[in-house]
Design a protein around this ligand. Sequence first.
Ligand SMILES: Cc1cc2nc3c(=O)[nH]c(=O)nc-3n(C[C@H](O)[C@H](O)[C@H](O)COP(=O)(O)OP(=O)(O)OC[C@H]3O[C@@H](n4cnc5c(N)ncnc54)[C@H](O)[C@@H]3O)c2cc1C
Length: 437
Amino acid sequence: MKTLGSWGRYPYSPQQPIPCHWRQQVAEQGLAWRDCQAVGLPYGNGRSYGDSCLASSDQVLYMRPLARFIEADWQQGLVTVEAGMTLGELLQCSIAKGWFLPVTPGTRLATVGGAIANDVHGKNHHVQGTFGRHVDGIELVRTDLGLVQCSPTAHAELFNATLGGLGLTGVIVAATLRLRRIASSKIRLQQIRFDNLREYFAISRELDIRHEYNVAWVDCLAPLSQIGRGVFLAGDHHDQAPCKPRPVTTVRIPITPPIPLFNQLTLRALNSLYFRCKGTRPERLQDYDAFFYPLDRLLEWNRIYGPWGFQQYQCVIPHGDAEEAVGELLATIRRHNEGSFLAVLKNCGDMPSPGLLSFPMPGVSLALDFPQRGERTRKLFLILDHIVRDAGGRLYPAKDAHMSGDDFRAAYPAWERLENLRDPALLSQFWQRVTLQ
Ligand SMILES: Cc1cc2nc3c(=O)[nH]c(=O)nc-3n(C[C@H](O)[C@H](O)[C@H](O)COP(=O)(O)OP(=O)(O)OC[C@H]3O[C@@H](n4cnc5c(N)ncnc54)[C@H](O)[C@@H]3O)c2cc1C
């Protein structure tokens, strides 16, 4: 099997996979690491952008082959699946039975284990909170304790630490999830254009109360006078049949180009065109996969950034200072002539996250992709970090490849509790960088 990496392809650090086909294999591999005092890390489908899915030893337990249903109660919408199953594979079965994921990230290619380990959030955080809130039980294999069945009532501390536990508290081999009922696989979609951040915040306040799913694309390369313009998408599950999983049509980026496919000129033109084409439109129906997973249609789109890869910068800023801080972040990015097509604003609600290190907090999340340009990127991120820190915000470990240890430890004070519960044979490059250096 070929080596693996992270989605941003930065840092470049090829991982040697140990494919895991049977649940028993996890314990055997764990013991092998423990006996020779080596370390490794579980790896799902590599949809984390930075170094949180990279093992400090470069040796990972590849969980994708573990992708079977163990039990399914389609009356109650309760399923137990192996951890390597992708969210898309789960939906392919569940939609036909009238059930959907209560929380989904913007990719259906994340595995159940990966979604739990980052306690991922979706466009409905203000209504449903994080993925971990809908997990009823986890089958966890540790090298020191063996198999542990944990849930909110059994081994609760380990359970909570495993939600958002970055793959460090043990290997999740299976999980029981509570799904949500749907009548239709279609989404009722409303699209509204906004001209600045003030308008975005006003629309968000109004539509968050009325709609389950809210997200906005923002044009980070707009002229400084129009900074914060964009398009707001509000959606809800349609209430009329049919409930049909769609076969998804995809196109693959076949090669990694020698240089990034976009430069600031082409990106500015593309953003401008998108902004103009995506005007305010009356409500319409859209297939669920086009609404939730537009990027998954272009397989290996991470290649477009060329051989040096890219970094995503995702932060959440508490509500109080959000408008000012997000404005400052966007203006700084614009002044540095950086940024990309993918800039997303989402509201995080006040539903508490169950995990010790879950990322969301009440506030506004901004996520942008940046082609990796070495020193230039590093210097820009230092300024952005300063703005986020001053506003009391924090960065998302699942997307991170640069956060300083000081910033991490200040923003995630529960990190020491996680360190105390860490399986001694599991260690990621991220954890080594932010806690041990
Ligand atoms: C296009 C795109 C859109 C995205 N949108 C969102 C979004 O809207 N919201 C959001 O929150 N995230 C989002 N993400 C990030 C992604 O959902 C997370 O990084 C997710 O954790 C990736 O899952 P994975 O299976 O690929 O895990 P990997 O990236 O392989 O691993 C992620 C972490 O999970 C651990 N892990 C994996 N499997 C197991 C296991 N079986 N047991 C224990 N630990 C395990 C790994 O050690 C690692 O720490 C997006 C990513 C992409 C590429």
